[in-house]
Write a protein that binds this ligand. Structure first.
Ligand SMILES: Nc1ncnc2c1ncn2[C@@H]1O[C@H](COP(=O)(O)OP(=O)(O)O)[C@@H](O)[C@H]1O
Ligand SMILES: [Mg+2]
Length: 379
């Protein structure tokens, strides 16, 4: 077999896996009872134009429309069906067909898949965390208290002065996520806590749909907070967006929701990022306030260390905290908790010690410093 011929046959094979065929001998395939289609968008995109998300107000009408163009096709789960009438080349994916590999007939019930339920990344924080647990970050805590007042006062919240879009930014491990959780816990308002990278979907249009669903759910629960953690993973500057095509649709959908002041009454968006410098400028401009989370100062480092040491199952004895604090400039809250307190506990557990002494703490800290320096050397 020539290479060309082989290439052609491979291509035909892969095509036949995803494109349905009209049955040349109609008797062979059973008639389809039902077919569920997911709108997935166009195979190509021109410029910045994003594929529309198609839905229908009249399922019966859609059924007639779908049958009229796809009648006779034999469809398997996963096949693509291309619209040839109103939105030429717009693709739908068969996500369920009963029976499998059956033929669309005039009696097949064809419906559009619409996700009514919230998707997995939407979660609510019920963890007991209070603002007082967050050491320092006074500015952020004050802003959160303002947001809390608005959320708990419907009249204030309806006014155009209500907080809408706030950005938490600053080096990792300094309490951004923790503060958002505390806001949710203290206001008893629903918080939709989403990790931005979870908004990516498998198909074109998935991400945009997830964002729309997220805000639709938040509106239903209003007053509510939408917290988008690690925002930089989706809202990249335009020049980086081409790395992932679906980032553009995510950014557009998010911009649409952040602008939806009228329809999004009672919904406050908080974004969080370690790298505001790489954020898309359009997204950045939608945040009315940028709240910086700083590395803890000496006094705060001491409070953080003591706070976590006090909750340790092994007692810390006669520790000169000031000497530890002096050596931990530029360490984040997370570093202090994990690299010092947690490691010290592990050190003691391994040696079956009943208490942690200053010398143990120094030992663990020096080890952490050496490891960090090594990492810097390699990065
Ligand atoms: N200011 C702080 N006060 C108390 N604990 C802190 C503080 N900052 C960080 N931590 C500890 O470090 C963990 C990670 O912090 P996190 O809020 O996830 O950081 P970020 O979102 O800024 O990256 C927290 O769960 C908490 O245990
Ligand atoms: Mg975080």
């Amino acid at each position: 077999m020539s290479l060309n011929h082989r290439r052609r046959s491979i291509q035909l094979e892969t095509q036949s896996k995803i494109l349905p065929k009209r049955d040349p001998s109609p008797k062979k395939a059973p008639k389809a009872n039902s077919l569920v289609l997911l709108p997935v968008g166009y195979p190509l995109r021109a410029g910045e134009e994003v594929a529309p998300f198609l839905t229908t107000d009249d399922p019966t009408l859609f059924q007639h429309y779908a049958r009229s163009q796809w009648i006779g096709l034999i469809v398997k789960k996963g096949d693509f069906l291309f619209d040839s009438l109103l939105f030429p080349d717009y693709a739908f994916r068969a996500i369920s067909i009963k029976p499998e590999g059956s033929q669309i007939s005039k009696n097949t019930e064809i419906s559009l898949f619409t996700e009514q339920q919230p998707e997995p990344p939407i979660t609510q924080s019920l963890e007991e965390i209070n603002f007082s647990d967050v050491v320092g970050q006074q500015n952020a805590k004050e802003k959160c208290q303002i947001i809390a007042r608005f959320l708990n006062n419907p009249e204030l919240l309806q006014s155009s002065w209500a907080p809408r879009n706030i950005l938490f930014w600053g080096p990792p491990g300094n309490g951004k996520t923790m503060t958002a959780r505390a806001l949710s816990f203290e206001t008893e308002n629903t918080m939709f806590l989403v990790k931005a990278s979870d908004l990516f979907g498998i198909y074109v249009g998935d991400g945009a749909r997830k964002i729309r669903n997220l805000y639709a759910e938040a509106r239903k629960e209003a007053p509510a907070i939408v917290f988008i953690d690690e925002l930089d993973s989706i809202a990249l500057k335009r020049k980086f967006q081409s790395i992932r095509g679906d980032v553009i649709e995510l950014v557009s959908a998010l911009l649409g929701e952040m602008d939806g002041i009228e329809k999004n009454h009672g919904v406050v968006t908080i974004g969080s990022t370690n790298q505001p410098n790489i954020l898309d400028s359009a997204i950045l401009s939608r945040f009315e306030e940028l709240i910086e989370f700083k590395l803890p100062n000496e006094k705060e480092r001491k409070i953080i260390l003591q706070k976590y040491a006090n909750s340790s199952p092994i007692k810390f004895k006669d520790i000169q905290w000031d000497s530890i604090v002096e050596k931990t400039q530029n360490w984040s809250g997370r570093d202090l908790k994990e690299k010092i307190i947690k490691n010290a506990i592990h050190y003691a557990v391994l040696r079956e010690k009943s208490q942690i002494l200053q010398s143990d703490l120094i030992h663990v800290m020096q080890k952490a410093v050496i490891l960090t320096e090594k990492l810097h050397h390699y990065s």
